[in-house]
Design a protein around this ligand. Structure first.
Ligand SMILES: CC1=[NH+][C@H]2[C@@H](O1)O[C@H](CO)[C@@H](O)[C@@H]2O
Length: 498
């Protein structure tokens, strides 16, 4: 029944009040009315129309919303929403004659459109016209996220993934109200973005990948295309240039970057912890400044991620020296630094965001940072790493942080996971997908679905809705949609797939 759709929503909304016996039917006459004078709101109307026109075959024209109360059809407004919705939430009212989506910001309207999508039957995911009826259950939904930051990371360095694959992932992230995409652009095995002042980083440093394949890299225009595509879906890109470790591709590309003056060979294995920029050489900081300047120019979002993980051949003193030089460069280029959590020991600038990737529930560096006022991004490797195998027979993925079945990725509370890091010090969550073993979109689907959706729920929904017995039912109800989308998801035995 259409009312069942209200119970199946993922992420679970804050409040859902069904209106018994009321159904709204979209027809060939349905018009999408949108708040006048807001190009961003109009953009959301465009996304909504793009979503609904193919499966319904309806024209769904877009018109300015009249000043008077909403007419028949769908209306998107940037006024009148329940004050609880904040900057990212929305209020959705479905009656027999009208579907009214209200928010205070366009991002909220976009989030509401994803809910609207799930209130329609799974055939809405078809690329070709399907028979009706196109029914929506009568209801009032008031919704807003628990955490402001709900992210996904894609490692395009170990295996290069072309623009089309990244866009396809962005489409999937948007469905579940994810609002940040962290791109791990550089590592030992590859440099994936053209930097004009150091062109060999991409042309040579991007010429291979794990396993020895051809690798690849994004031109600046391709990177701009990814950023724009994500922005149109209210997803902010956070680019990562990992340093001082995980830098073999850069060191192999320019001999002068090496303390020895000699360039090491390109690497196609998956070892970590053997590379470091040369902290004692001035050219290192010109390199970092050039790279971060060009990267900042391409990045409208407020963050640059400087990695900082596993700098095992950088002495602690050199690591401190390096960060003392590099963090101000990030700020100089107008951005806030983010990094894997170990970097936070080097700075007291609370604008810096530590990304927790540990496997324990206590970490003194992160607890100290939280106490100092840093906001922590939660990516515990034994809960949120999508590259971990589900179980010993999973054909791809790693297992250093343990096996993560679907329920394992669900059974933790980001707001209290690390002792000494209260909910008020948690920015949100991110699900990293490292790609040592991920070569194709099907590999990506298999590891990301369903656990990406689990992390998206943990980032958005109130803790009061946290209950595996009900969540597994809602997760199972997503299967018909994923099948129509051609998503090669993992059919976990823990989930009652519809
Ligand atoms: C922050 C971090 N550094 C390591 C670690 O996570 O594990 C990943 C694989 O799970 C690996 O690819 C990455 O280089």
């Amino acid at each position: 029944s259409t009312a069942q759709a209200l119970a199946d929503l993922v992420p679970a909304p804050v409040s859902v009040q069904p209106t018994a016996g009321v159904t709204h039917v979209l027809t060939a006459d349905t018009t999408i009315h949108v708040q006048p004078g807001s190009p961003a709101a109009r953009g959301v109307a465009d996304r909504l129309a793009e979503m609904l026109r193919p499966p319904t075959g309806f024209a769904l024209p877009i018109a300015d919303a009249p000043a008077t109360p909403p007419r028949a059809g769908i209306t998107l407004l940037l006024s009148g929403a329940d004050s609880r919705v904040g900057d990212q939430g929305y209020q959705l009212d479905v009656t027999a004659d009208t579907v009214v989506l209200r928010a205070r910001q366009p991002a909220g309207l976009f989030a509401g459109v994803q809910t609207l999508r799930q209130l329609l039957p799974p055939k809405v995911e078809s690329a070709t016209a399907q028979p009706g009826p196109w029914e929506l259950p009568g209801a009032r939904i008031v919704d807003h996220p628990r955490f402001a930051h709900r992210g996904a990371m894609l490692d395009v360095a170990r295996h290069f993934h072309p623009v089309a694959t990244v866009k396809r992932y962005v489409d999937q992230l948007a469905r579940y109200k994810v609002n940040y995409l962290h791109l791990h652009l550089t590592d030992d095995q590859g440099w994936r973005l053209m930097i004009d002042s150091w062109p060999r980083l991409a042309t040579y440093g991007g010429s291979t990948q794990v396993g020895g394949g051809p690798g690849g890299y994004y031109t600046k225009d391709q990177y701009r295309e990814i950023v724009a595509y994500a922005a149109a879906r209210h997803i902010t890109v956070i680019p990562e240039v990992d340093m001082p470790g995980h830098t073999n591709a850069a060191l192999a590309s320019y001999a002068e970057l090496n303390c020895s003056g000699e360039a090491p060979p390109l690497r196609t294995d998956i070892a970590v912890g053997y590379s470091s920029l040369c902290v004692g050489k001035e050219i290192t900081y010109r390199f970092v400044d050039d790279v971060l300047r060009e990267l900042a120019e391409l990045t409208p979002g407020p963050y640059l991620h400087i990695g900082g993980d596993e700098a095992q051949v950088t002495s602690p003193a050199d690591y401190q020296t390096f960060m003392d030089r590099v963090l101000p460069i990030v700020e100089k280029h107008g951005k806030r630094p983010m990094g894997w959590h170990e970097f936070v020991r080097t700075t007291t600038d609370t604008a810096a965001v530590p990304q927790y990737w540990g496997t324990t529930t206590s970490n003194s560096e992160v607890a100290d940072a939280a106490r100092r006022g840093h906001q922590v991004l939660m990516s515990p490797a034994n809960k949120a790493y999508l590259d971990m195998k589900y179980n010993p027979s999973t054909p791809i993925g790693l297992s250093w942080a343990g096996y993560i079945e679907v329920r394992d990725s669900y059974e933790w509370n980001p707001g209290s996971h690390v002792s000494g890091v209260p909910e008020s010090a948690v920015r949100g969550v991110e699900a990293p997908l490292w790609t040592e073993t991920v070569e194709t979109p099907a590999h990506l689907d298999y590891l990301a679905f369903p656990r990406l959706v689990v992390i998206a729920e943990l980032g958005w929904s109130p803790w009061s809705t946290h209950d595996w017995t009900s969540f597994r039912e809602r997760l199972g109800a997503q299967a018909p949609r994923w099948q129509r989308l051609g998503l090669e998801f993992y059919r976990s035995p823990q989930v009652p797939w519809r």
